[in-house]
Write a protein that binds this ligand. Structure first.
Ligand code: HEM
Ligand code: HEM
Length: 182
């Protein structure tokens, strides 16, 4: 499999970035729920630091992914009827927006509460906004709404991928799978 995308398949870097982001997002919900159940203290902070660090990795990978997409513009070509191409473009656009907006809202939420955001304690990201209690509360809700939106759009996205694979039997899922040749 080539590094770059070709006219009819995703290259290895696009596939790696797609699946790495999926694998990092799944534990995010469970880490946040685990932290939510703990009383304030060191353990809660440690779990939240994992959540925040993994979320910042998602942000960095999402930025890399968008840069790589621009460098592979138009490839691979779309498959399907015009309405399906339009639906895929809207769905993928929303997914790109959400993998940026989800971590950025978390980062801003932590900044508004004057909590540091680090990458596993190795270095600290600058605060995105000044301390502000009301803004913190709002961003907490925004962060939650983004997550439900992400889950909803992803459910449709997965259904579409499975429909292509099992009903239409075209190569749409195969060209994004990590270990498939096409
Ligand atoms: C892909 C990235 C992320 C996903 C999918 C995600 C998802 C979630 C979810 C589902 C919750 C629980 C919401 C609730 O029901 O209250 C949550 C809470 C939280 N997230 Fe994230 N998050 C991400 C990134 C981040 C980042 C980058 C930060 C900060 C730098 C962050 C900070 C927080 C904090 C502090 C909470 C706890 C809020 C509270 O006190 O209830 N998140 N996140
Ligand atoms: C958090 C979960 C996910 C996110 C954020 C996500 C995001 C995306 C995005 C943004 C694209 C567009 C790539 C491009 O620019 O061309 C894409 C493509 C794709 N995704 Fe996902 N995805 C997720 C989960 C999944 C899952 C679980 C599956 C499989 C069941 C899947 C299957 C595919 C396929 C087959 C494509 C290629 C579509 C095509 O060739 O036109 N995705 N995904």
């Amino acid at each position: 499999m080539l590094l770059r995308n070709t006219a009819d398949a995703y290259g290895s870097l696009s596939r790696f970035l797609h699946w790495a982001i999926v694998l990092l997002i799944v534990p995010q919900y469970f880490l946040a729920e685990a932290a939510d159940e703990l009383p304030n203290g060191i353990e809660k902070l440690q779990i939240l630091n994992w959540h925040k660090s993994l979320g910042m990795v998602v942000l960095l990978l999402a930025l890399a992914r968008i840069g790589w997409k621009v460098m592979n513009r138009g490839m691979p070509g779309p498959i399907g009827e015009p309405w399906q191409r339009k639906a895929a473009a809207v769905g993928h656009g929303l997914l790109y927006l959400l993998i940026l907006a989800q971590p950025v809202s978390g980062w801003a939420m932590s900044s508004a509460a004057n909590y540091p955001v680090t990458l596993f304690g190795w270095f600290q990201f600058p605060a995105l906004v000044a301390e502000n209690h009301d803004l913190h509360e709002t961003l907490e809700e925004v962060h939650e709404v983004f997550f439900y939106s992400l889950v909803t759009v992803t459910a449709v996205h997965i259904a579409a991928a499975l429909y292509h694979h099992f009903v239409l039997k075209d190569g749409v899922l195969r060209r994004m799978l990590p270990f498939s040749r096409s």
